[in-house]
Design a protein around this ligand. Structure first.
Ligand code: CDP
Length: 803
């Protein structure tokens, strides 16, 4: 890996384009000058707190708020009944369901919102919650997704007149063709069918900053300003307008600095709505900021996929078909986040990076008494689950057939000449050189030497010596990021295209306005770099404005690594539009025809073949604002707008290799090495890309080894604090060893693919495969995440923990 300071130096030498320049936003972040929602203090601001249900499933008999209302520092107590009067007791979810803002009839998960207190300060608001008396009639909870559809189970969503807990059935691929191949494989001597059940447990994005909002309704102008932790300010504004009937032009959603989103801040939470109602009721700004436990227990979770994978494969290792069934636990309200036509997100990419004859999957969604969600936690809508499934299955096949997992992958990976490649489930992968990417990872890791070391350790273990067992885990992933083409992708009817506006001021300094919202990914830097490269100016001369619906063009926001594929493309396109306008002005300045001009990377329009006749972007900018006579129909000034509708997703890929040392006596796992070779096409800022990969790898280690939100049989959440829900620290992470291959996306204007979530997607299977590989001497074939010491030890004893 290149030393970061060398990268910075290299970038400083080439300030006009791409390269590892330092992040512009760090100037405020490292000085503690970031401005997060909780830093904002408005005059006369009040504070809200949410009363939450202690029970997972109970009927509400009565709510007595009189004592809280009588508190001298309390300004309002809002209940579901108050909201029902305004038509706001229920709100739509991102999955076409409805969710209670404040419970009216029943509570359906532990931590559900029941009442909202508005007080002078947050301590009073919290204290006053204790003055509210709620009488509950407990009901049996439904906790085990596998039991949710059983005869006689309590019905969670009786508000919808449902008679069971079924949400949806969805399928993808060709069932008949897939079944036929499986039948053939079962009958043929030279083929086998390999089956494994696995769980991708419920995990939580757990961003550093929890969720919150400040609603400020100006009773005079009728303008409502909402400062909120959202990854999608424009979508929130439109949804507030649609749901609450507020006029959209009187709504302003500001998303200031955001301390991590990872999908947690895509949806609208009851607390946001309550702060708005609180402000309307009191006529004063109302801030609501949840605490850590509230965030972990009640905001959107991710995963919770119970999966059965089946692979039809020849005995010499050619994978023919994959069949999958998923039971998806969506909690009490179906609030999963994905484009409307994809109830299981992009799980359809479960065919992975392999050339298959056929594939089919069926997904059944069920309600349980848990918080709603199913957010795209650092992945593009369920791709993490899909990649985990196929990469775990490939290792299970290798195990059963006695093949080397690297060799098995090499035999089945798509070859470069097969791109664009249409998968058996209809996704068109844009580009990649998968065998080369895997080979780079194997070479970097020294795969042969690692296997030799492993063999020696196993020999010593078999001889009775007490040694740590070494495991080597591989994964090869393909992501599908940049949602998405608007003909097929929308969220609640809003098409997934993004706008960009670029204005070059008279002195040649530019302001770029984008619709996506950074949560720490460095957009203010990389998007300035994109515009700067197209205009031939320094990124320091481009200011990026984002996160304010009054200041920026419409777009659907940042999640699913879509910013660079969609908004990055919009930025390049708008800058090219400005460059073309600049060309007309340049021709007028030099009194030549536009056809005579050619663009110089140095940022000048030059008369072809005459280096002495050229003008810079700054000179053009000044001239375009002057009294220079322009051709008929050409407007002055230098600006442009675009809306970018991506023709396809981009498909980054990567080959990951993890080396673990497992203590068979305690089950303790030490991640010794992690090699990650990513291909995200053209890299705008390699240092930022590496930072994104580092974060995702740490996330993956956490999910594989320690993260998991469990529930007891009464529905009590067992992961409601960071004492129970463990996040990885530098102690659990090795020094990452990164590599790259570069296959540009053929349809993206600058050839870039998204990368923000690649590592979170690709790393969990590599870690799990490594741990299972380490346990091979114990005959272990699979063990579910999180691979805590207890889970690893149990697996080694032949009793893998199953949820
Ligand atoms: O949507 P999100 O910003 O989370 O993900 P992304 O588009 O993959 O970008 C993450 C960060 O990496 C942004 O600052 C990107 O501009 C940067 N990036 C890059 O420099 N080169 C790429 N090929 C992809 C992303």
């Amino acid at each position: 890996m290149q030393n970061p300071s060398d990268q910075v130096r290299a970038a400083e030498e080439t300030p006009r384009g791409y390269g590892s320049m330092k992040r512009k936003e760090d100037a405020r972040f490292v000085r503690g000058r970031g401005q997060y929602v909780d830093d904002i203090v408005l005059p006369r601001m009040l504070h809200g707190a949410v009363l939450r249900s202690p029970l997972a499933h109970a009927r509400i008999v009565s709510i007595d708020t009189s004592a809280a209302e009588a508190h001298p520092r309390v300004h309002a107590v809002i209940t579901g009944e108050t909201l029902a009067g305004l038509g706001l007791a229920w709100m739509p979810t991102l999955s076409n369901d409805v969710q209670a803002v404040l419970a009216t009839d029943k509570v359906r998960f532990q931590g559900q919102e029941v009442a909202f207190v508005v007080a002078d300060d947050k301590y009073t608001a919290r204290d006053a919650l204790g003055l509210i008396d709620v009488e509950y009639e407990p009901l049996d909870p439904v906790i085990d997704a596998k039991q949710a559809l059983a005869e006689g189970m309590p019905v969670i969503r009786d508000d919808k007149d449902k008679t069971d807990n079924h949400i949806f059935d969805w399928e993808s691929g060709d069932r008949a063709r897939t079944d036929a191949i499986f039948a053939e494989a079962e009958a043929a001597d030279d083929q086998v069918v390999v089956v494994e059940d696995m769980l991708y447990p419920r995990v939580h994005p757990a961003p550093l900053e929890t969720c919150g909002s400040i609603a400020d309704m100006d009773p005079v102008s009728g303008k409502l300003t909402i400062y909120t932790t959202t990854q999608a300010p424009h979508a929130h504004r439109t949804l507030y307008a649609l749901v609450a009937g507020l006029p959209e032009h009187k709504l302003r959603v500001v998303s200031p600095d955001i301390g991590g989103g990872f999908g947690n801040k895509v949806g609208i939470y009851p607390g946001y709505v309550c702060s708005i109602v609180g402000s309307i009721v009191t006529g004063r700004p109302v801030k609501w900021m949840e605490d850590r436990s509230e965030n972990l227990m009640s905001t959107s979770f991710a995963r919770d996929y119970h999966m059965r994978g089946e692979v039809a494969v020849t005995r010499d290792g050619k994978i023919r078909a994959v069949r999958v069934h998923v039971l998806a636990d969506h909690g009490a309200f179906n609030g999963t986040a994905q484009p409307t036509a994809f109830p299981a997100g992009f799980f359809g990419v479960f065919t992975g990076s392999y050339d298959l004859e056929a594939a089919h999957c069926g997904v059944t969604g069920v309600y349980t008494n848990k918080a709603s969600g199913g957010v795209a936690y650092a992945c593009s809508f369920r791709i993490t689950e899909a990649v985990y499934l196929i990469e775990r299955m490939v290792d299970v096949v290798a195990h059963d057939l006695g093949l080397d997992p690297a060799e098995l992958r090499m035999r089945n990976l798509l070859r470069p000449e097969q791109f664009p490649y249409e998968t058996a489930t209809g996704w068109v992968y844009d580009s990649g050189d998968y065998p080369r990417t895997l080979q780079v990872a194997l070479d970097k890791a020294g795969y042969g030497d690692l296997r030799a070391e492993q063999a020696e350790l196993r020999r010593r273990h078999d001889a009775g010596e007490r040694v740590k067992l070494m495991g080597i885990g591989l994964s090869f992933f393909t992501e599908a990021v940049g949602a998405g083409p608007r003909r097929t992708m929308d969220i609640m009817g809003l098409g997934m295209a993004d706008g960009a506006e670029l204005r070059v001021h008279p002195t040649g300094k530019a302001v770029l306005r984008i619709s996506v919202q950074s949560q720490g990914q460095g957009h203010e830097t990389t998007f300035a770099q994109i515009a700067a490269k197209e205009l031939g100016i320094s990124p320091d001369d481009v200011e990026v404005v984002h996160g304010d619906s009054d200041q920026t063009p419409f777009g659907l926001g940042t999640y699913g690594s879509r910013s660079t594929p969609v908004s990055g493309a919009a930025t390049a396109m708008v800058a090219r539009k400005v460059r073309e306008r600049a060309k007309i002005v340049a021709a007028a300045m030099m009194e030549v025809s536009v056809e005579d001009l050619e663009w110089q990377e140095t940022g000048r329009w030059q008369v072809a073949g005459d280096p002495d006749a050229s003008v810079s972007m700054a000179e053009i900018a000044m001239a375009s604002h002057s009294n220079l006579e322009l051709p008929e129909g050409v407007e002055g000034h230098l600006d442009a707008t675009v809306v970018y509708n991506p023709p396809n997703l981009t498909y980054p890929c990567g080959a990951y290799l993890c080396v673990v040392d497992v203590d068979p006596g305690t089950g303790d796992v030490d991640v010794r090495r992690f090699v990650a070779v990513d291909d995200c096409g053209v890299r705008i800022n390699p240092m930022i890309v590496e930072g994104q990969v580092h974060g995702g790898l740490a996330d993956g280690v956490g999910m594989a080894l320690m993260q998991g939100i469990a529930f007891d049989l009464d529905g009590n959440c067992l992961g409601g604090s960071m004492m129970d829900y463990l996040l990885p620290t530098s102690l659990e992470c090795p020094s990452w060893e990164l590599g790259e291959t570069v296959t540009p996306s053929p349809h993206h204007p600058i050839g870039a693919k998204g990368v923000g979530e690649s590592a979170t997607v690709g790393s969990p299977p590599a870690v799990v495969n490594a741990v299972v590989d380490a346990l091979a001497p114990f005959g272990v074939r699979h063990a579910d995440m999180p691979l805590t010491p207890a889970a690893v030890w149990s697996a080694a004893q032949g009793r893998p923990l199953r949820t």
